[in-house]
Design a protein around this ligand. Structure first.
Ligand SMILES: Nc1nc2c([nH]c(=O)n2[C@@H]2O[C@H](COP(=O)(O)OP(=O)(O)OP(=O)(O)O)[C@@H](O)[C@H]2O)c(=O)[nH]1
Length: 332
């Protein structure tokens, strides 16, 4: 699975680039973090902070990004590449989670930098890494950091204690967590049909297809950042527009999303999902298709994976798809 990003492409926010740290950043990083007001809020930073630790740390971040273990990035101003702080994630692969951390140099405080950077990295992580959850903590006496976390979508889940190098021992912390639902934009729901009862959910008709290649592998596409359920894998397809049949909708979607031509005769009805999401009830016929014209291409930059039936369960999919995956695995 494409879990690691070896050459990390910088993430842009409105004012900053979150980019890999470089050896040239060491002097400025040291100047900003070797400040008691910053260091005292960070668990893994000693104070005073030795200058050569900055070089060592920067070297280790590149290795850990390449290994897909951790993403510790510079927050650099877009206009002049000046380093203003760092934001990072450390993965716990077995738990399918990652821990978020960040700091901003004191001279750059008061500009909303931490929420802008931490929010962007969090949304990217849930959409691109094989995780379902982000965790974070803030010292009980650091209300500013707790406010950053809640502002970007984290929920407070409890309290604990954590060793702080800068403080020389364990300190009380507030614990926070966030999942996909905390970051997702509100799900797009169709307008309720006029005859629907006031308390019932509108029904959303979505057509989807299991494309199967000559090796009997199934194509999954990853929902991109910014969409509801970002980061989950799904069957290609999309909403059926008014006046369209599910087959016509699929033919259109497959052309738009994958650049392939499919005929109605090659779409074999297979099963359907009927699932209640919070804002709508999804009704999704799933077709199977083994023949198409053209080369499967990620037309919208989405990540694609050809998956063997026995490996389908390794890919986190929306809840509506789970029964379909079991049926498909048995069928193929
Ligand atoms: N294509 C597809 N959609 C699925 C699957 N499972 C599932 O729950 N869905 C849901 O069905 C809806 C599909 O809508 P869509 O892809 O056309 O639209 P979208 O929400 O991505 O936004 P869009 O209208 O901007 O394209 C989404 O709410 C999506 O979460 C699946 O396997 N394939």
């Amino acid at each position: 699975m494409p879990d690691s990003v070896t050459a990390f492409a910088p993430l842009a926010t409105e004012r900053f680039l979150l980019r890999p740290l470089r050896a040239e950043d060491a002097a400025e990083l040291h100047r900003l973090v070797n400040d008691w007001e910053v260091a005292k809020t960070l668990a893994r930073v000693p104070f005073p902070y030795p200058r050569d630790l900055a070089d060592e740390w920067i070297g280790s971040t590149a290795e850990r990004v390449a290994a897909g273990e951790a993403y510790h990035l510079a927050i650099a101003r877009r206009e002049d590449d000046v380093l203003v702080g760092c934001v990072g994630l450390t993965l716990d692969v077995a738990a399918r989670s990652a821990e978020l951390g960040y700091w901003v140099g004191r001279r750059h405080w008061g500009q909303g930098i931490a929420p802008e950077a931490a929010g962007r990295l969090s949304r990217w992580a849930l959409a691109n890494l094989n995780i379902d959850r982000l965790t974070a903590s803030a010292l009980t006496d650091n209300a500013r950091s707790a406010a950053v976390l809640t502002r970007i979508g984290f929920r407070e889940t409890g309290a604990g204690a954590q060793d702080f190098l800068s403080r020389g021992g364990a300190m009380p912390v507030r614990l926070f967590e966030a999942g996909r639902a905390d970051f997702a934009p509100p799900p797009a729901a169709p307008a309720a049909a006029p005859e629907a009862a006031a308390d019932s959910k509108p029904i959303l008709l979505v057509a989807a297809v299991g494309l199967i290649d000559a090796d009997n592998r199934v194509l999954l596409a990853r929902r991109p950042e910014g969409k509801p359920l970002a980061g989950l894998w799904e069957f290609p397809g999309g909403k059926v527009h008014p006046g369209e049949t599910p087959e016509r909708a699929l033919i259109r979607e497959l052309k738009e999303e994958l650049g392939i031509d499919v005929t109605e005769a090659c779409l074999a009805p297979f099963a359907f999902a009927s699932h209640g999401y919070e804002a709508f009830h999804l009704l999704m016929p799933l077709y199977l298709c083994r023949r198409w014209q053209g080369q499967v291409t990620a037309m919208e930059g989405q990540t694609l994976a050809w998956v063997r039936p026995m490996r389908l369960a390794d890919y986190a999919m929306p809840p509506a798809d789970r029964p379909l995956v079991a049926l498909l695995r048995d069928f193929l």
